[in-house]
Design a protein around this ligand. Structure first.
Ligand SMILES: Nc1ncnc2c1ncn2[C@@H]1O[C@H](COP(=O)(O)OP(=O)(O)O)[C@@H](O)[C@H]1O
Ligand SMILES: [Mg+2]
Length: 663
């Protein structure tokens, strides 16, 4: 039935007019709708968020009390006015555009915007609405939820995360994170440098696949212990393929393990050097003390032997005995003299000296005493600086080195004595104990003998260290050279390659009339710009490689490294922009630096090549397979010398052909 009341003037119902229809069914449906709407509204009133309905034209039909309270209005007003006015003006255009798009596509409306709260603050909301088609037209049912707190937390979280990542990127330690499957999930920048690998290559890869030599090593054992015991572990270990020593801390976390580590190779080497120097120093003090007392005893023995000889008279048996006593005591005195030399306790008589003259005077004697099997050559530097040194001691040192060389060449060979002027720079001085940067006069003695193994090389300056059979070696030769040179404020360096030979270099301080010099760095200021040209650095010794890299980079070159010829050739194929090949001459692994240069030249005929070697230049030219025109930089070199040779290498490559200079 549809009808309406008819009212009289008094405001009372007078009659009713209308039409009657059979609407039982219709009514039942209507009732159901109403009750479900009631239910829906009840629900809408109970949730702590804005709930509204609107038609497709945007006319509001409902908002809940929560919305009214939130915006400080009432529901009726909100329905009449809509609540766009409570949306932040900056967010309105975007929200409206999304709303329009939702109307067009009939897809759910989803937008974030700020809503004005009754206390005058703007708070972020996430609004959603869906369209429901009903008989009286489409209706949109929407909610808007306050997400301000969530947003703030998210913001703080991401700021924190950003700051954390920034920090991790800038720290000096290398950091990586592994998950439970030993997969790299994070790695900082420093990590790339220390591991010599790119992040792209390592992230999402298994650590044991990428660093196979770490499998079963201390690294694996410790990381596993960290995870298993859920405890922090700290250790240091060497990773052989990189020839680096690491100090590692590993922390467990629920996703796996976080690893902090740093490369302590240089530190370790310096510590070892320091320990070695301290050991030698301690030995020096000990032997010095003993030798000093011993000399007193020997003086007594010798004096008494002399008195006895006088008392016994000639040709007695006793006379022969006293003779034996005094010659044994004399040998003892010589030995203690050497020990004192090692202990830097001998009295030196330094003179301003022309080293070339001293060597020239000594060569005939050396030739005679070394025998015919040994070919003695000398190369004198023109304009050699004078030096202040005890000539007698220097002669002894040279003799010692020559005898060592002879002993290392039992079936003959070549001995080369060279002199030159050298400036040792701050870089070099910093790496050695007790060494001042500055100009030095160098005396180098090279042989083509059996060489010295790495383990022995660390010990050759220790007194009584000898590899020679009893009676042949005393182990006092190099220690006395060392002691004397140190006492003369100089420096000794020794280079050796097994089965190739050995070079010992003695550096003695330059002595000018007024005995003053400016520091090396000021004298040899390097103005050099490599312009970022790419240098392929081939060197098997990781420490030397590291120093050379630093020098090249300081000179403005970009560097890629290879630790052997095979790797170098691979790099040459992959990297067409390599501008120069800088290679060590003697390297393990079958292919020497000169062979590498040959092969490289077949790939890149115009490629400039520079060789480096621990032997002095001339020794290498004759024995390292390099032709006379090859550019060779003797180790140790200064940055300024490297710069100079690089310039020469680029220049000569532009004009000549290497094949003619390689033999
Ligand atoms: N030129 C060299 N070539 C090879 N090995 C050398 C050379 N010089 C020194 N050595 C090694 O260093 C050791 C110590 O040398 P040194 O102090 O002169 O004592 P000694 O000659 O009495 O053995 C030698 O035993 C030898 O093993
Ligand atoms: Mg010797």
């Amino acid at each position: 039935m549809v009808g309406e009341a008819v009212w009289n003037d008094q405001g009372q119902i007078e009659a009713a007019q209308g039409a009657v229809q059979d609407i039982d069914k219709h009514k039942a449906v209507q009732k159901e709708i109403e009750s479900s709407r009631e239910e829906w509204q009840l629900l809408a009133e109970s949730v702590p968020m804005i709930v509204w309905t609107t038609n497709s034209l945007g006319r509001m039909s409902y908002v809940n009390q929560f919305a009214a309270g939130y915006m400080g209005s009432n529901a009726r007003q909100l329905i009449q006015e809509g609540w766009w006015q409570y949306v932040h003006p900056d967010d309105k255009p975007n929200a409206k555009a999304i709303w329009k798009a939702a109307l067009m596509t009939v897809q759910p409306f989803l937008a974030e915007f700020r809503v004005l709260c009754h206390d005058g603050t703007w708070r972020w909301h996430l609004a959603r609405a869906v369209r429901v088609d009903a008989s009286q037209g489409a209706q949109w049912y929407g909610t808007a939820m306050d997400i301000q707190d969530f947003k703030e937390a998210q913001e703080t979280g991401s700021q924190l995360a950003n700051r954390l990542v920034e920090t991790m990127e800038s720290v000096a330690d290398a950091i990586f994170v592994l998950n439970h499957h030993w997969i790299f999930t994070y790695m900082n920048r420093q990590c790339e440098t220390v591991l010599e690998r790119k992040r792209e290559e390592l992230l999402s890869r298994c650590v044991w696949d990428e660093f196979p030599q770490a499998r079963g090593s201390k690294f694996q054992l410790e990381y596993e212990r960290c995870v298993k015991e859920h405890a922090t572990v700290r250790f240091d270990a060497e990773y052989a393929p990189l020839k680096k020593h690491f100090e590692v801390s590993a922390y467990p976390h629920q996703g796996g393990v976080i690893v902090y580590f740093r490369d302590v190779t240089t530190q370790k080497r310096l510590t070892e050097q320091l320990q070695q120097a301290q050991r030698i120093d301690a030995l020096g003090k000990l032997t010095g003390g003993v030798a000093h007392d011993f000399n007193n005893l020997l003086t007594v023995i010798l004096g008494n032997a002399e008195i006895l000889a006088e008392q016994f008279g000639a040709s007695t048996q006793e006379q022969a005995l006293t003779q034996m006593i005094s010659s044994a005591a004399q040998r003892g005195a010589e030995m203690t003299q050497r020990l004192l030399t090692f202990a830097r306790r001998q009295s030196l008589e330094p003179q301003v000296l022309e080293l070339n003259t001293l060597v020239k005077e000594m060569t005939p004697l050396l030739r005679r005493s070394l025998g015919q099997q040994i070919w003695v050559e000398t190369i004198y530097c023109d304009g050699l600086w004078p030096t202040l040194v005890d000539p007698g001691q220097l002669e002894m040192a040279l003799l010692n080195l020559a005898i060592n060389a002879r002993d290392a060449m039992p079936s003959g060979g070549r001995l080369l004595i060279e002199t030159s002027n050298t400036v040792l720079d701050e870089d070099y001085a910093a790496q050695h104990m007790d060494l001042q940067a500055g100009p030095y006069v160098m005396l180098a003695v090279s042989d083509t003998g059996q060489g010295i193994s790495k383990e022995n090389l660390a010990r050759v300056f220790e007194p009584f260290f000898t590899t020679k059979e009893q009676g042949k070696g005393t182990g006092l030769g190099l220690p006395t050279v060392y002691g004397f040179v140190k006492q003369s404020r100089g420096h000794v360096a020794i280079y050796s390659e097994i089965n190739q030979g050995t070079t010992v270099k003695i550096y003695l301080p330059r002595c000018l009339e007024n005995d003053r010099y400016t520091p090396a760095s000021a004298m040899h200021e390097v103005h050099h710009d490599g312009q970022g040209r790419l240098v392929l650095l081939v060197e098997d010794d990781a420490q030397v490689r590291q120093i050379s890299r630093r020098q090249l980079e300081t000179l403005g070159y970009a560097v890629i490294e290879a630790e052997n010829s095979r790797q170098a050739l691979h790099q040459l194929v992959c990297q067409p922009d390599i501008a120069l090949l800088f290679t060590d001459v003697v390297m393990p692994g079958g292919m020497s630096g000169s062979e590498l240069a040959h092969q490289a030249r077949t790939l890149r005929p115009d490629l400039p090549v520079l060789f480096a070697s621990g032997y002095t230049g001339h020794a290498m030219v004759h024995h390292g397979g390099l032709g006379a025109g090859a550019l060779l930089l003797p180790k140790p070199y200064l940055r300024s010398q490297l710069a100079e040779k690089l310039v020469q290498a680029f220049k000569s490559a532009a004009t000549s052909d290497l094949d003619s200079s390689l033999s």
